[in-house]
Design a protein around this ligand. Structure first.
Ligand code: ZN
Length: 178
């Protein structure tokens, strides 16, 4: 009995996250979700993307604190803190809120900003762009066109062929490997 308690406490020590493990986790390769997490768009009779709305209380239940802060309160994750900025695998980036496919790895580029950056969305109608005058800057905010989740901002200093830089938050997206 004594021995099994000792064994359990040893196991518990191994399982308890150490500060070093936490750092290692934050630099781990992107969390890969399965292809079932892609929820394709639906269109109404006028060929408009069908939107999804949920009360804040429901989003709070579905998202963790950081996801809620970025997606629903237009927050920004710290640069270099997310798990997707240095993901170089081939695949599709989807909305963490609703599973809409948003960006292809084919249009991802190394921006050096510490946020995953793309030069165009998969389809223009998958994102909504709004002028944002917050923090004394005029920027263009990018939202998921289906659930309205905040993804990031788009700037006009990107690479060719579009010259655009969609500067996204890792926490707003999932990644489905090809
Ligand atoms: Zn969405």
């Amino acid at each position: 009995m004594k021995y099994s308690i000792l064994l359990l406490s040893l196991l518990a020590c191994q399982l308890a996250p150490s500060p070093q493990a936490a750092v290692a986790n934050s630099q781990a390769p992107a969390a890969i979700v399965s292809a079932d997490s892609i929820v394709p768009p639906q269109y109404d009779a006028q060929k408009r993307l069908v939107k999804m709305t949920k009360p804040a209380s429901e989003w709070k239940r579905l998202l963790n604190e950081q996801e809620f802060y970025v997606l629903r309160e237009e927050g920004t994750e710290r640069a270099f803190s997310g798990d997707l900025w240095k993901n170089h695998a081939q695949g599709t980036y989807t909305c963490r809120g609703c599973g809409l496919p948003l960006f292809s790895s084919d249009t991802k580029f190394e921006s050096g900003t510490g946020w995953p950056s793309f030069w165009k969305p998969l389809k223009p109608e998958y994102v909504t762009e709004n002028k944002d005058n917050g923090y004394g800057m005029v920027r263009v905010e990018v939202e998921c066109a289906r659930c309205g989740g905040h993804l990031g901002h788009v700037f006009d200093d990107g690479p060719r062929p579009t010259g655009l830089r969609y500067c996204m938050n890792s926490v707003s997206m999932d990644f489905v490997a090809q």
